[in-house]
Design a protein around this ligand. Structure first.
Ligand code: SF4
Length: 440
């Protein structure tokens, strides 16, 4: 059978990466195989993100760039999925006459049928939200993965409505997958050689809170940990208001749960957190951080920070800087505030110019770079268990991640891929470490 070529480009978060894996699995049943070249592909799909300003323009520019390929070959199928598709819908088909398919965040399950139609020249847009039990059956499994680490979506959507965020409008209401389906998927992955799972959700630690009969997220982690073959568990993205004592306790007594957590704070100022509708205070956040560090000394904490939110004064910003100093994140993702259409914050007046926001971001970046380096240096001379995941940065090297998630490169045979090895850390760079095999 002549396989058709699928070129897929994924923007944004791990949820989109996982959705793209689902798309690849679904379309492989229609005879499509992934290609890394857009030119020559039979189908081109963009799986998009709309979390920050300029997201739409980026997709529009990409579609304009791809137009000549469609002109050259009318049978080429072009589609847009993900959050920009959900946000713009039918308007995309009008704006881009060479586009064939638009599919929303709740409509992946319709994609195979949409592609069959497009192969007969049909153009189609599907962006309806499915906010009920039916959605629980719309998580087609990811198959044919040959990796050691795999994403597993456990919940989708968000009910928090942070005032700056577009996610609740493009991903819909929170829904927790059935734990039986999740555990079955993890067992299948373990049987296929996966040793690490990353549990995914926009608000992963609110798993089960609104799902009758389902376990809490802490309980789910313990159930995943009981599955043979799974040696490491990570999860993302958490919300501070759902960081329960039970979940924190897991970091103390579930050895398979890695010592790493992504806990976005967004600002260090209570006044800004209030206007963001984040649902916690600076003190409340720091109390959770202290509790995490108490049960798991050395836990790697990463976070997200928005600078330049409407009304952020210099004093508010200083609160953010001092919080970063106090938490000592192993890494921090920074964003300059940009208004998103339809969000509450989009109506708030802005005093700061783009340049002023960027200056604040650069000041915060300097602080964080120093902390990241200091934490990297603290590993020098220590011996760390590393799951070897693939080739390293340089010839003759392989690489993997420590329990904390930090990447380590070291001289080693490709035969080590898939195994845990002890590595002595000999050098620290800004974003990775250099090591050597220890007692191997
Ligand atoms: S918790 Fe807030 S920032 Fe996160 S996805 Fe939900 S609304 Fe957006």
């Amino acid at each position: 059978m002549n396989h058709k070529q699928l070129y897929i480009e994924t923007f944004g978060c791990q949820m989109n990466v996982n959705d793209s894996e689902r798309i690849v699995t679904m379309l492989s049943d229609l005879g499509y195989r992934v290609t890394t070249e857009a030119a020559g592909a039979d189908m081109i799909l963009l799986n998009t993100c709309s979390v920050r300003g300029g997201a739409e323009e980026k997709v529009y520019k990409r579609l304009a760039n791809l137009r000549p390929l469609k002109k050259a070959r009318q049978s080429l199928i072009m589609g847009v999925g993900g959050c920009v598709a959900q946000q713009e819908g039918e308007a995309l088909l009008q704006k881009f006459p060479w586009l064939d398919l638009v599919f929303g965040t709740h409509n992946l399950h319709l994609l195979a049928d949409m592609v069959r139609g497009a192969e007969n020249g049909e153009r189609r847009c599907e962006t309806s939200f499915i906010d009920n039990e039916q959605r629980l059956d719309l998580f087609p499994p990811v198959k044919g993965t040959s990796r050691l680490s795999s994403f597993v979506t456990v919940m989708q959507g968000c009910d928090n409505f942070c005032s700056y965020c577009i996610v609740p409008y493009v991903r819909g209401r929170e829904i927790s997958r059935r734990s039986a389906d999740i555990l079955a998927e993890v067992r299948e992955l373990a049987d296929s050689g996966v040793q690490e799972v990353v549990l995914l959700g926009q608000n992963v630690n609110s798993y089960g809170l609104k799902a009758e009969g389902e376990p809490s997220f802490a309980r789910l982690i313990r159930q995943v940990a009981a599955i043979d073959g799974i040696r490491r568990i990570r999860f993302t993205t958490s919300h501070p208001k759902d960081m329960s004592d039970d979940l924190i306790a897991c970091f103390g007594d579930v050895p398979k749960l890695c010592g790493q957590i992504h806990l976005p704070v967004q600002s260090g100022s209570d006044a800004v957190l209030k206007r963001m509708n984040r649902g916690y205070t600076r003190a409340g956040y720091l109390e959770r951080i202290r509790a995490l560090k108490a049960v798991r000394p050395g836990i790697a904490i990463t976070g997200d920070m928005i600078v330049g939110f409407p009304g952020e004064s210099e004093a508010d910003f200083q609160q953010t800087v001092s919080l970063v100093e106090e938490v000592r994140y192993s890494d921090l993702f920074f964003f300059v505030y940009s208004p998103r259409p339809g969000t509450k914050a989009a109506d708030l007046a802005e005093e700061l110019t783009r340049d002023q926001k960027v200056q604040r971001l650069e000041r915060l970046l300097d602080v964080q770079k120093r902390i990241t380096r200091e934490i990297g240096d603290s590993f020098l001379g220590t011996v760390q268990p590393v799951l070897v995941e693939g080739e390293g940065k340089r010839p003759g090297q392989v690489s993997g991640r420590m329990d904390s998630g930090r990447i380590v490169n070291f001289i080693g045979e490709p035969g080590l891929i898939g195994s845990f090895v002890d590595i002595r850390i000999v050098r620290a760079y800004q974003n990775s470490l250099l090591g050597e095999l220890h007692n191997h």
